[in-house]
Design a protein around this ligand. Structure first.
Ligand code: 5GP
Length: 206
């Protein structure tokens, strides 16, 4: 019986996480995604129920009180959380679930469901390239760029707790998504997940 696994993808600003996840979605259309709840205001073009469920702080707290949130975090002053109903919707269909969440939430999901969760940290190929990408946006002040770079190195200190680290080379989004596709395929063939098939052979009597 094919059981859905949870693949958690995290990556600091400039890692290209959003673009890679979009490429992965094209590559494996049957992947499931969960829409998170957040208290941050929608950005132009973002759609409620598609990008996020945009909720008030009170509503978010009610979700927490009602035990409807799998994991949550406070990121830069706003609350973000994975809804249990969203994750269950995908997993009960036997589909793999991709969660694109920050490091604290990622490690919490792994702690809650260690056997079914695979964590992937996405990074730029090197710190110089990361700085170039952040500067390339041309919209941020020197101070913001410095704080993002230092936050990136803080986040990378948690990389030893991740199962995989994948580099996203500039201009090679598709190759990066292919690497993640390889991880997804391999994780399903682990002995621990194939055990029942093997045991069926062992118990088989002619
Ligand atoms: P943004 O405001 O740019 O959409 O997201 C900010 C950060 O929050 C990103 O690192 C994103 O991956 C993370 N994030 C989005 N949804 C969730 C969630 O449900 N839980 C956690 N822990 N992080 C989330």
């Amino acid at each position: 019986m094919n059981k859905g696994l949870i693949f958690v993808i995290s990556g600091p600003a400039g890692s290209g996480k959003g673009t890679v996840v979009a490429a992965l979605r094209k590559l494996i259309p049957e992947l499931g995604f969960s829409v998170s709840a957040t208290t941050r205001a929608p950005r132009p073009g973002e759609v409620d129920g598609e990008n996020y469920f945009f909720v008030s702080r009170d509503s978010f707290e009610e979700l927490l009180r009602n035990d409807e949130v799998l994991e949550h975090t406070n990121y830069c002053g706003n609350m973000y959380g994975t809804l249990k109903c969203e994750a269950e919707r995908v997993l009960t269909e036997g589909r793999d679930l991709i969660l694109e969440i920050e490091v604290e939430g990622a490690l919490n999901v792994k702690r809650l469901m260690p056997d079914d969760t695979v964590t992937i940290m996405l990074i730029a190929p090197d710190p110089e390239e990361l700085e170039k990408r952040l500067r390339g946006r041309g919209t941020e002040s020197e101070e913001v760029i410095k704080s993002r770079l230092s936050r990136a190195s803080e986040e990378l200190k948690l990389a030893p707790q991740y199962d995989y680290v994948v580099t996203n080379e500039t201009g090679k989004t598709k190759e990066c998504a292919e690497k993640i596709r390889g991880i997804i395929a391999a994780e399903h063939q682990r002995y621990s997940r194939m055990r029942s098939v093997v045991e069926e052979y062992i118990a088989y009597k002619k």
